[in-house]
Design a protein around this ligand. Structure first.
Ligand code: UDP
Length: 235
Protein backbone atom coordinates (compact mmCIF):
# COMPACT_ATOMS: atom_id res chain seq x y z
CA UNK A 1 0.00 0.00 0.00
CA UNK A 2 1.42 3.37 -0.96
CA UNK A 3 -0.57 5.27 1.65
CA UNK A 4 -1.68 3.95 5.06
CA UNK A 5 -3.40 6.97 6.56
CA UNK A 6 -5.39 9.09 4.16
CA UNK A 7 -7.35 12.29 4.41
CA UNK A 8 -10.01 12.44 1.72
CA UNK A 9 -11.43 15.85 0.83
CA UNK A 10 -14.82 15.86 -0.87
CA UNK A 11 -16.37 19.12 -2.02
CA UNK A 12 -19.94 19.97 -1.16
CA UNK A 13 -20.71 20.21 -4.86
CA UNK A 14 -19.73 16.57 -5.33
CA UNK A 15 -22.41 15.59 -2.82
CA UNK A 16 -25.03 17.31 -4.95
CA UNK A 17 -24.68 14.75 -7.74
CA UNK A 18 -26.74 15.85 -10.72
CA UNK A 19 -28.97 18.04 -8.54
CA UNK A 20 -28.72 21.81 -8.25
CA UNK A 21 -28.66 22.01 -4.46
CA UNK A 22 -28.40 19.85 -1.37
CA UNK A 23 -27.39 16.27 -0.75
CA UNK A 24 -27.88 13.38 -3.17
CA UNK A 25 -28.53 10.12 -1.32
CA UNK A 26 -27.14 8.29 -4.37
CA UNK A 27 -23.80 10.08 -4.03
CA UNK A 28 -23.71 9.46 -0.28
CA UNK A 29 -24.32 5.75 -0.91
CA UNK A 30 -21.62 5.70 -3.59
CA UNK A 31 -19.07 7.35 -1.28
CA UNK A 32 -19.94 4.87 1.46
CA UNK A 33 -19.43 1.92 -0.89
CA UNK A 34 -16.04 3.23 -2.01
CA UNK A 35 -15.00 3.72 1.62
CA UNK A 36 -16.10 0.18 2.41
CA UNK A 37 -13.67 -1.20 -0.17
CA UNK A 38 -10.87 0.93 1.29
CA UNK A 39 -11.51 -0.56 4.69
CA UNK A 40 -10.84 -4.07 3.47
CA UNK A 41 -7.27 -2.82 2.86
CA UNK A 42 -7.04 -1.53 6.43
CA UNK A 43 -6.46 2.05 5.37
CA UNK A 44 -7.00 4.62 8.12
CA UNK A 45 -9.37 7.17 6.71
CA UNK A 46 -10.41 10.68 7.66
CA UNK A 47 -12.77 12.85 5.65
CA UNK A 48 -13.30 16.56 5.24
CA UNK A 49 -16.42 17.64 3.40
CA UNK A 50 -17.13 21.09 1.97
CA UNK A 51 -20.47 22.87 1.79
CA UNK A 52 -20.70 24.41 -1.69
CA UNK A 53 -23.90 22.40 -2.18
CA UNK A 54 -25.59 24.35 0.62
CA UNK A 55 -23.89 27.61 1.48
CA UNK A 56 -20.59 29.41 0.89
CA UNK A 57 -19.51 32.42 2.94
CA UNK A 58 -18.33 34.39 -0.10
CA UNK A 59 -21.79 34.10 -1.65
CA UNK A 60 -23.41 35.41 1.55
CA UNK A 61 -20.91 38.28 1.72
CA UNK A 62 -21.57 39.12 -1.95
CA UNK A 63 -25.24 39.58 -1.15
CA UNK A 64 -24.45 41.97 1.69
CA UNK A 65 -23.99 39.72 4.74
CA UNK A 66 -21.19 40.17 7.19
CA UNK A 67 -18.46 37.81 5.94
CA UNK A 68 -17.79 36.22 9.33
CA UNK A 69 -21.47 35.45 9.90
CA UNK A 70 -21.74 34.05 6.40
CA UNK A 71 -18.67 31.88 6.93
CA UNK A 72 -20.12 30.58 10.20
CA UNK A 73 -23.16 29.49 8.19
CA UNK A 74 -20.87 27.79 5.67
CA UNK A 75 -19.11 25.90 8.46
CA UNK A 76 -22.45 24.79 9.94
CA UNK A 77 -23.45 23.54 6.49
CA UNK A 78 -20.37 21.29 6.45
CA UNK A 79 -21.71 19.68 9.64
CA UNK A 80 -24.95 18.80 7.82
CA UNK A 81 -22.97 17.21 4.99
CA UNK A 82 -20.77 15.37 7.46
CA UNK A 83 -23.82 13.95 9.26
CA UNK A 84 -25.25 12.79 5.93
CA UNK A 85 -22.04 10.96 5.03
CA UNK A 86 -21.74 9.54 8.55
CA UNK A 87 -25.24 8.17 8.17
CA UNK A 88 -24.34 6.58 4.83
CA UNK A 89 -21.24 4.96 6.31
CA UNK A 90 -22.96 3.71 9.43
CA UNK A 91 -25.72 2.21 7.27
CA UNK A 92 -23.03 -0.03 5.75
CA UNK A 93 -21.81 -0.88 9.24
CA UNK A 94 -18.74 1.36 9.08
CA UNK A 95 -18.10 2.92 12.50
CA UNK A 96 -17.79 6.67 11.97
CA UNK A 97 -17.34 9.68 14.20
CA UNK A 98 -18.00 13.27 13.24
CA UNK A 99 -15.72 15.72 15.04
CA UNK A 100 -16.66 19.36 14.73
CA UNK A 101 -14.37 22.38 15.05
CA UNK A 102 -17.42 24.23 16.40
CA UNK A 103 -18.60 22.46 19.55
CA UNK A 104 -22.12 21.02 19.39
CA UNK A 105 -22.09 18.22 21.92
CA UNK A 106 -25.59 16.93 21.23
CA UNK A 107 -24.89 16.30 17.58
CA UNK A 108 -21.27 15.19 17.30
CA UNK A 109 -17.95 15.18 19.13
CA UNK A 110 -15.91 18.34 19.48
CA UNK A 111 -12.63 18.15 17.56
CA UNK A 112 -9.77 16.94 19.70
CA UNK A 113 -6.62 15.78 17.95
CA UNK A 114 -5.62 12.95 20.27
CA UNK A 115 -9.17 11.62 20.35
CA UNK A 116 -9.24 11.69 16.53
CA UNK A 117 -6.03 9.64 16.44
CA UNK A 118 -7.57 7.18 18.86
CA UNK A 119 -10.58 6.76 16.57
CA UNK A 120 -8.35 6.14 13.57
CA UNK A 121 -6.25 3.60 15.45
CA UNK A 122 -9.48 1.86 16.48
CA UNK A 123 -10.44 1.56 12.81
CA UNK A 124 -13.16 4.20 12.84
CA UNK A 125 -13.62 6.66 10.01
CA UNK A 126 -13.35 10.22 11.28
CA UNK A 127 -15.16 13.08 9.57
CA UNK A 128 -13.77 16.50 10.44
CA UNK A 129 -16.64 18.96 10.28
CA UNK A 130 -16.98 22.75 10.56
CA UNK A 131 -13.74 23.41 8.69
CA UNK A 132 -11.05 25.02 10.81
CA UNK A 133 -13.67 26.65 13.04
CA UNK A 134 -12.58 30.08 11.75
CA UNK A 135 -14.13 32.37 9.16
CA UNK A 136 -12.09 33.45 6.11
CA UNK A 137 -10.84 29.89 5.59
CA UNK A 138 -12.06 27.10 3.34
CA UNK A 139 -12.45 23.38 3.79
CA UNK A 140 -9.42 22.87 1.52
CA UNK A 141 -7.26 24.58 4.11
CA UNK A 142 -9.09 22.70 6.87
CA UNK A 143 -8.30 19.44 5.07
CA UNK A 144 -4.58 20.26 4.91
CA UNK A 145 -4.54 21.37 8.54
CA UNK A 146 -6.25 18.21 9.80
CA UNK A 147 -4.12 16.00 7.53
CA UNK A 148 -1.00 17.52 9.11
CA UNK A 149 -2.40 17.17 12.62
CA UNK A 150 -3.16 13.47 12.21
CA UNK A 151 0.05 12.91 10.23
CA UNK A 152 -1.76 11.59 7.17
CA UNK A 153 0.46 10.27 4.38
CA UNK A 154 -1.48 12.16 1.75
CA UNK A 155 -4.46 14.39 1.19
CA UNK A 156 -6.63 13.01 -1.57
CA UNK A 157 -8.70 15.67 -3.24
CA UNK A 158 -11.71 14.20 -5.00
CA UNK A 159 -12.74 15.96 -8.20
CA UNK A 160 -14.81 15.25 -11.31
CA UNK A 161 -11.76 15.16 -13.59
CA UNK A 162 -8.83 12.76 -13.71
CA UNK A 163 -6.29 15.12 -12.14
CA UNK A 164 -4.63 18.42 -12.97
CA UNK A 165 -4.44 19.31 -16.67
CA UNK A 166 -2.48 21.92 -18.61
CA UNK A 167 -5.84 23.23 -19.90
CA UNK A 168 -9.45 22.74 -18.87
CA UNK A 169 -10.23 19.16 -20.01
CA UNK A 170 -13.96 19.93 -20.04
CA UNK A 171 -13.33 22.70 -22.61
CA UNK A 172 -10.39 21.30 -24.60
CA UNK A 173 -10.09 17.64 -25.58
CA UNK A 174 -6.34 18.01 -26.23
CA UNK A 175 -5.68 18.92 -22.60
CA UNK A 176 -2.87 16.82 -21.08
CA UNK A 177 -2.95 15.47 -17.54
CA UNK A 178 0.10 15.94 -15.31
CA UNK A 179 1.08 12.69 -13.56
CA UNK A 180 3.13 14.59 -11.00
CA UNK A 181 3.62 18.25 -10.19
CA UNK A 182 5.54 20.28 -7.65
CA UNK A 183 3.88 22.78 -5.34
CA UNK A 184 6.22 25.39 -6.78
CA UNK A 185 4.76 24.85 -10.26
CA UNK A 186 1.20 24.80 -8.95
CA UNK A 187 1.70 28.18 -7.29
CA UNK A 188 3.73 29.67 -10.18
CA UNK A 189 1.28 28.58 -12.87
CA UNK A 190 -1.70 29.38 -10.63
CA UNK A 191 -3.12 25.90 -11.28
CA UNK A 192 -6.47 25.69 -9.49
CA UNK A 193 -5.84 22.63 -7.36
CA UNK A 194 -7.11 24.10 -4.12
CA UNK A 195 -7.01 27.53 -2.58
CA UNK A 196 -3.65 29.23 -2.15
CA UNK A 197 -3.68 29.08 1.67
CA UNK A 198 -4.15 25.31 1.59
CA UNK A 199 -1.46 24.85 -1.06
CA UNK A 200 1.03 26.94 0.92
CA UNK A 201 0.36 25.03 4.12
CA UNK A 202 0.79 21.68 2.35
CA UNK A 203 3.96 22.84 0.59
CA UNK A 204 5.57 24.32 3.72
CA UNK A 205 5.03 21.04 5.56
CA UNK A 206 5.82 18.61 2.76
CA UNK A 207 2.35 17.04 2.67
CA UNK A 208 1.61 15.38 -0.71
CA UNK A 209 -1.72 16.06 -2.41
CA UNK A 210 -3.29 13.66 -4.87
CA UNK A 211 -5.95 15.15 -7.14
CA UNK A 212 -8.08 12.37 -8.61
CA UNK A 213 -11.46 11.52 -10.07
CA UNK A 214 -13.67 9.96 -7.48
CA UNK A 215 -16.60 9.47 -9.83
CA UNK A 216 -14.77 6.49 -11.36
CA UNK A 217 -15.56 3.44 -9.19
CA UNK A 218 -12.47 1.90 -7.60
CA UNK A 219 -10.29 4.95 -8.14
CA UNK A 220 -9.75 5.59 -4.41
CA UNK A 221 -8.43 2.08 -3.97
CA UNK A 222 -6.21 2.33 -7.06
CA UNK A 223 -4.83 5.60 -5.78
CA UNK A 224 -3.88 4.32 -2.32
CA UNK A 225 -2.28 1.30 -3.97
CA UNK A 226 -0.01 3.67 -5.88
CA UNK A 227 -1.46 3.19 -9.36
CA UNK A 228 -1.19 6.07 -11.80
CA UNK A 229 -4.49 7.70 -10.94
CA UNK A 230 -4.74 11.48 -10.90
CA UNK A 231 -1.96 13.98 -10.28
CA UNK A 232 0.39 13.70 -7.31
CA UNK A 233 1.72 17.04 -6.06
CA UNK A 234 4.83 17.06 -3.89
CA UNK A 235 7.80 19.30 -3.19
N1 UDP B 1 -15.66 27.82 5.99
C1 UDP B 1 -15.05 28.67 6.89
N2 UDP B 1 -13.92 28.27 7.54
C2 UDP B 1 -13.36 27.07 7.34
C3 UDP B 1 -13.97 26.19 6.39
C4 UDP B 1 -15.10 26.60 5.73
O1 UDP B 1 -15.53 29.79 7.10
O2 UDP B 1 -12.35 26.74 7.97
C5 UDP B 1 -16.93 28.22 5.35
C6 UDP B 1 -16.77 29.15 4.17
O3 UDP B 1 -17.84 30.06 4.16
C7 UDP B 1 -16.90 28.20 2.99
C8 UDP B 1 -17.92 27.21 3.49
O4 UDP B 1 -17.61 27.06 4.86
O5 UDP B 1 -17.35 28.85 1.83
C9 UDP B 1 -17.92 25.89 2.78
O6 UDP B 1 -16.61 25.43 2.57
P1 UDP B 1 -15.97 25.35 1.10
O7 UDP B 1 -16.30 26.57 0.32
O8 UDP B 1 -14.53 25.05 1.29
O9 UDP B 1 -16.74 24.09 0.51
P2 UDP B 1 -16.46 23.30 -0.86
O10 UDP B 1 -16.05 24.30 -1.90
O11 UDP B 1 -15.38 22.31 -0.61
O12 UDP B 1 -17.77 22.64 -1.15
Amino acid sequence: MKFKRVLLKISGEALMGSGAYGISTDVVRYVAQEVQVLRTLRIELALVIGAGNIFRGVAGAASGMDRSSADNMGMLATVMNSLAVQDGLQTLGIPTRVMSAIAMHNVCEPYERLRALEHLENNRVVIFAAGTGNPYFTTDTAAVLRALEIKADVIMKATRVDGVYDRDPEQDENAVRFTTLTYKTVLREDLRVMDAAGISLARDNGLPTLVFNMTVPGNIVRAVQGEDVGTLITN
